[in-house]
Write a protein that binds this ligand. Structure first.
Ligand code: KIV
Length: 286
């Protein structure tokens, strides 16, 4: 039985912090679930960390459906939230409802997440009205990177901070069950968190949110280059993999791998019969 959105609210209400992770396929979903996180996000960050894009903008609905299915197969307890990719909800309410429905019906997700504040409120309302849980996403919203002028800290001015609070309240009012707060000053995240009764889930938003979400590949060192300021390297799996795979290549080159343990052999009497037959045929032919 999977965790439901009411459990996430209960955790917030009881002051239990809510650790969340992204996952993009069955192996990462299994790893995420083994850590005990109650919520897994199939983020459109799949574009950056798995599909090799420079941003989340090229990610399609089909991509997220495909990856959500894999995450569902690799997990059984966590609430799975699927990101609505760029332009799958901004163009209109009907479009948004249909696309959210596909993530839930075809992907198997229990909820969807979408980015933005006041402009997406009617969309959130409608998706929630028809019975699909929605998570909001404020602050640094990567689908708007071109409008924001890069991946910069948001909410640094009085006006921006006030907008964040207003947007969070509007999302709660529209029925969102939680809000991701990305890359904003900790003090502003605290203020937003105090302004709403639904959980806030931070990434680069300090420790005052109701919970935290991180990209699993960043925590495990499975990304190219330096990890970002808001992340922490909990294990350097990339380095360990590079060492392991170089060892494999060297072993193959030296003829050490495969060894006896990795090889299959005939039963001795069959080997004898086979050798006799084959050698016999060879002798007949010569
Ligand atoms: O796509 C994603 O992984 C996200 C997280 C950064 C919250 O939206």
């Amino acid at each position: 039985m999977r965790i439901r959105i009411n459990k996430i609210q209960e955790m917030k209400d009881s002051g239990e912090r809510i650790p969340c992770l992204t996952a993009y396929d069955s192996p990462t979903a299994m790893l995420a679930e083994s850590s005990g996180v109650p919520l897994i996000l199939v983020g459109d960050s799949v574009g950056n960390v798995v599909l090799g894009y420079e941003s989340t903008i090229p990610v399609t609905l089909e991509d997220i459906i495909h990856h959500t299915r894999s995450v569902i197969r690799g997990s059984s307890k966590a609430l799975v939230v699927s990101d609505m990719p760029f332009l799958t909800y901004q163009a209109g309410v009907d479009d948004a409802v249909r696309n959210a429905g596909r993530l839930i019906q075809e992907g198997g997700a229990q909820a969807v997440k979408l980015e933005g504040g006041l402009p997406v409120i009617p969309i959130v309302e409608r998706i929630v009205d028809v019975g699909m849980p929605v998570m909001g996403h404020l602050g640094l919203t990567p689908q708007s990177v071109n409008q924001l002028g890069g991946y910069r800290v948001q909410g640094r001015t009085l006006k921006e901070a006030a907008e964040l609070v207003a947007n969070a309240r509007a999302l709660e009012q529209a029925g969102a069950f939680g809000i991701v707060l990305e890359t904003i000053p900790s003090e502003v995240a605290d203020l937003v968190t105090k302004s709403v009764s639904i959980p806030t889930i931070g990434i680069g938003a300090g420790v005052g949110c109701s919970g935290e979400i991180q990209i699993i590949h960043e925590l495990l060192g499975l990304v190219d280059g330096r990890i970002r300021k808001h992340a922490k390297l909990y294990a350097d799996i990339k380095l360990q993999s590079e060492i392991a795979l170089s060892q494999y290549v060297a072993d193959v080159q030296k003829g050490i791998f495969p060894g006896l343990e990795q090889s299959f052999f005939l039963e001795p009497d069959l080997l004898e019969a086979l050798s006799e037959t084959l050698l016999g045929e060879k002798e007949d032919n010569s």
